[in-house]
Design a protein around this ligand. Structure first.
Ligand SMILES: [Zn+2]
Ligand SMILES: [Zn+2]
Length: 146
């Protein structure tokens, strides 16, 4: 079990350890939304996911992949804890930076990089990670047990 919290601590979520997919996204929406060059996300099953405290605001946008992406963020400090994509209703994408404790982040090396056509030249590809020019998000595999 892992927990994640926003910058001010008002919002906390928890999720099961096993992620379905570890992903780095360089799409232009992830850029604007994060204020950085990319996002790093852990897709986790909704079945093991809980909001422990707080009240998250939402913002929904049609993103570069063509899916609708809804961000869940703190209305005080603005940290996004997770997002939901219209691609699946069985999993959420947890933003890796909010996760408490180093273990999930250490083990969260992305297996897939998306929209690498947008990756700046000074950033290297992640060794061993699949490289998709655009939105080749692998079909999210929901474990049978979920
Ligand atoms: Zn907060
Ligand atoms: Zn993206």
């Amino acid at each position: 079990m892992f927990e994640s919290s926003c910058l001010c601590g008002a919002n906390r979520i928890s999720f099961e350890a096993d992620s379905i997919l570890k992903m780095r996204c360089h799409c232009t929406d992830c850029r604007k939304f994060s204020g950085s060059t990319n996002t790093n996300n852990l897709f986790v099953p909704l079945a093991g996911f809980k909001v422990l405290s707080g009240k998250l605001k939402t913002y929904t946008k049609s993103v570069e992949s063509g899916n609708e992406m809804t961000s869940y963020f703190c209305d005080q400090c603005g940290s996004t804890l997770y997002r939901k994509t219209s691609l699946t209703d069985k999993a959420v994408a947890v933003m890796i930076g909010g996760i408490d404790g180093p273990e999930a982040i250490e083990n969260g090396c992305p297996e897939h990089e998306l929209f690498v056509r947008n990756r700046p030249s000074w950033m290297k590809p992640i060794e061993g990670s699949s490289q998709d020019e655009d939105h080749g998000l692998p079909e999210i595999k929901i474990p049978e047990a979920v």
